[in-house]
Ligand binder design. Structure first.
Ligand code: NDP
Ligand code: MG
Length: 398
């Protein structure tokens, strides 16, 4: 039986890798629905190759894509728009698997819809989980959704955990002998830059990651180490583990994708060439294994594996994230929203690279913590944090 896949964020970097894996396994998987936002021509190309049943774009792009699909005689593809369209395809009865790969908070409602509909959800969109951690995990349990990590570190941790690891039982990590999770970080493009060099970093430099080819937002997050901060929060929710048991280890080669340590002295690591096709294929087929085009690791190819602790002085964002998850409640949502605004402002030349953590710190201190126990509260505080961040940027710009 072929399984129907819905790709939220098909035009992005994770979308590319997902389609690449699916193209190798057309006997098992069909592309049922795809979505895009700005890159309409790319979405049309995807439609030409994969012939999905439904495509979702913003309302203002509907006419453009309709004309382009007509031009290619792709008249049978249904065109839907906006959040309503995203939620519709993510929860569609014919869909078996949802790849959640929209960047940022825009992915929250469709990802949650897929979870509520009990789908196999391949989670790349970490921001959605950071914003709504408890609700997302509770809904997954309630609706028997299979929430599988695509983020390479979390996928690695998942592979290194005991096969019967139960995220629903809070004490399970103790009873299964897990002592800590080692979350690896490449350190980003500025690992060896001085504090004064960081003052003059340009968006182009920040988006040039040494090991991974990714979208702009996550590339900047990797450069500030906020990506590791978001991943720390993601790990706490996905594996129901306390932040104090998650240690960040800078490993510049990105060969080990993360590790789990056990009380008997064992450290299990998952290794491989840095290519997102591996975690995507793993999450797609789990518990089976399927082929990808990623070459096997050649350990004789002069690989050095280096490890060092993160430098919190030059990269304060990671510590801000740790404090946000320690505080709990709405603080991770506020952290995420202010980071999205800060990254956008940096990419648009409105603030400096080093202003990103300063802005996030300001917003975290400005907003009172409350319990994040409803979607309304989460979305309300997401808006409030964005507004607070924008006001700060405007005041500094004058
Ligand atoms: P990209 O920027 O390459 O792609 C983002 C996707 O989201 C695109 O399809 C984009 O459409 C779409 N999109 C952007 N804004 C909106 C919006 N407001 N509404 C609906 N769709 C929107 O990002 P990546 O693929 O790199 O990352 C996607 C997610 O996966 C992120 O959450 C990231 O943190 C996570 N991730 C990525 C990894 C990677 O290696 N790239 C690794 C681990 C996690 P369009 O392009 O048409 O504008
Ligand atoms: Mg990652």
């Amino acid at each position: 039986m072929r399984q129907n896949v819905c790709i939220l964020g098909a035009t992005g970097s994770i979308g590319d890798s997902t389609l690449k894996v699916l193209a190798q396994h057309t006997a098992q998987y069909t592309v049922f629905a795809v979505t895009g936002y700005h890159r309409i021509d790319k979405l049309v190309e995807i439609c030409l190759t994969y012939r999905p049943k439904v495509v979702v774009v913003p309302q203002e792009k509907k006419q453009e894509i309709w004309q382009k699909l007509q031009h290619h005689n792709l008249v049978d593809i249904e065109i839907l728009s906006d959040e309503e369209g995203l939620v519709y395809i993510a929860s569609h009865a014919d869909v078996d698997i949802v790849m959640a790969a929209i960047v940022g908070a825009a992915g929250l409602l469709p990802t949650l819809a897929a979870v509520k509909a009990g789908k196999r959800v391949l989670l790349a969109n970490k921001e959605a989980l950071v914003m709504s951690g408890d609700i997302m995990m509770q809904e997954a349990e309630k609706n028997n959704a299979l929430l599988l990590p695509v983020d390479s570190e979390h996928n690695a941790i998942f592979q290194c955990l005991p096969h019967d690891y139960n995220t629903k039982n809070t004490e399970i990590s103790l009873s299964q002998g897990i002592s800590q999770i080692l979350l690896t970080a490449s350190g980003g493009p500025f690992l060896n830059s001085s504090a004064s060099d960081l003052e003059h970093v340009t968006p182009a430099q920040a988006c040039k990651h040494p090991n991974w080819s990714m979208g702009q937002k996550i590339s900047v997050d990797s450069a500030t180490l906020m990506n590791k901060g978001l991943e720390l929060i993601e790990a706490c929710h996905l594996f129901n583990i306390c932040e104090s048991k998650v240690t960040v280890v800078v490993h510049p080669q990105s060969i080990i994708h993360s590790m789990v340590q056990y009380v008997d002295g064992s450290t299990l690591a998952q290794m491989g060439n840095p290519d997102m096709c591996t975690p995507i294929a793993h999450a797609l087929a789990w518990p089976k294994r399927i082929h990808t085009s990623v070459p096997a690791l050649d350990l004789f190819a002069n690989h050095h594996l280096d490890f060092q602790p993160p430098d919190h002085q030059r990269f304060p964002a990671l510590q801000l994230a740790r404090e946000a998850i320690q505080a709990g409640g709405i603080m991770p949502t506020v952290l995420n929203a202010s980071n999205e605004i800060a990254v956008d402002a940096f990419l648009n030349g409105k603030i400096k690279f080093t202003d990103i953590p300063k802005l996030i710190d300001f917003v975290l201190n400005k907003i009172d913590n409350v319990a994040a126990n409803s979607l309304d509260i989460i979305l309300g505080h997401d808006t409030l944090a964005r507004h607070t961040a924008n006001t700060y940027i405007q005041s500094k710009g004058q």
